[in-house]
Ligand binder design. Structure first.
Ligand code: P6P
Length: 343
């Protein structure tokens, strides 16, 4: 009888998170509980996405978010689910979300905690109605203020301060991929038993890249260095065999493929939209968490000139250009930009 169980040690994410706790002697179980609840959020959101076409949960709400993007019903559902799982636990000082213009306070009736949660509840949600994989991205920091409600200062921290980060990808299967700084580990949801089971222990980005992922319709708006880098990855630079192009327009899906297969995803600055001279992607709850995962898997992430995790955020919804994936390819992008784009 075929078994639907992963190879290797049979381990749930709950037990894995608990075992990660041994790396933090001062751990009190708070971070463990926070990660547990993010896995639970993934199960709840996944169960709704899998049935989105059937339930009255597809489509747009008719509202616009702070980004000026159409809010999808599932965006709102994912946002509310993560909020409701975390507003009362006493683990957080505050939250920050792609969907909310300002930081999200913990209601006064609940205790404050020592962590801060930043998340994009459903990235790529405009793809939902066409059944394209979407994802939840999360990162956890320690608060920097010492008491009282969390403040913007607690949220505006460089990615190098991340304690744990990861994403949940709702695709042909639902996977949760996370790191606490000790490797990157992937779990696949078995919907029959409602458990995330360890399926991808110790993920490392393959040395030999296979893909490059970028929206090439923006090429005419890129800098000279980025255009030259793109020709390099296409193999128009002798000495480098070209990569295959793969771009699905849902960053978690594009990132996940390159994490497992090797490659680079990039969303450069483009001058098409003067409001977005730094590209489209947000530093705090999209780029920094994935940069944390990439680096813990042996990869690297840059804005084209500096390490993403070193950037000190100035605003909650700050955008940055992003080059993320194989360290050699991201470094090559930086080299082209350094050589051809004068700051
Ligand atoms: P474009 C989805 O809206 C998103 O924020 C990312 O998930 C994705 O990588 C990017 O935008 C796609 O943007 O301009 O290529 O459609």
């Amino acid at each position: 009888m075929a078994s639907f169980l992963p190879k290797g040690p049979l381990q749930t994410i709950e037990r894995h998170i608990l075992e990660q706790q041994k790396f933090y002697p001062e751990a009190t179980g708070t971070l463990t509980g926070l990660l547990y609840d993010l896995a639970l959020a993934g199960k709840i959101i996944s169960s709704h996405i899998q049935r989105a076409g059937l339930a009255e949960i597809l489509g747009a709400t008719g509202d616009e978010n702070v980004q000026g993007e159409e809010v999808q019903k599932l965006d709102e559902f994912a946002q509310r689910t993560i909020y409701r799982l975390n507003d009362h636990t006493g683990r957080l000082a505050c939250m920050g979300s792609e969907e909310e213009p300002d930081i999200i306070p913990i209601p006064e009736r609940f205790p404050q905690g020592k962590y801060v949660l930043l998340f994009d509840p459903l990235d790529g949600s405009s793809n939902i109605d066409s059944n394209v994989s979407v994802g939840t991205i999360f990162s956890i920091y320690r608060r920097v203020t010492t008491a009282g409600p969390g403040t913007l200062e607690d949220v505006l921290q460089a990615g190098s301060q991340i304690v744990a980060a990861g994403y949940i990808i709702y695709g042909s299967s639902t996977m949760l991929v996370y790191s606490t700084g000790y490797g990157v580990h992937g779990f696949t949801l078995d919907p029959m038993i409602g458990e995330f089971l360890l399926s991808h222990p110790d993920i490392r980005i393959p040395e030999k890249p296979k893909y490059y992922s970028v929206n090439q319709s923006n090429e005419i708006y890129w800098s000279d260095g980025v255009q030259r880098f793109t020709r390099y990855v296409q193999g128009m630079d002798n000495g480098f065999k070209g990569l295959s192009a793969r771009y699905i327009g849902s960053m978690v899906a594009d990132f996940h493929r390159n994490l497992l297969q090797g490659g680079i995803f990039y969303y450069p600055a483009d001058l098409k939209d003067p409001k977005k001279p730094s590209g489209k992607l947000r530093l705090l709850y999209e780029c920094a968490p994935l940069a944390f995962v990439a680096e813990n898997a042996g990869g690297y992430a840059s804005d084209g000139r500096q390490r993403i995790l070193d950037i000190q955020p100035q605003a909650l919804h700050q955008r940055v250009p992003l080059f993320i994936g194989n360290r050699s390819l991201v470094a090559k992008a930086e080299e082209f930009i350094r050589t051809y784009d004068h700051a």
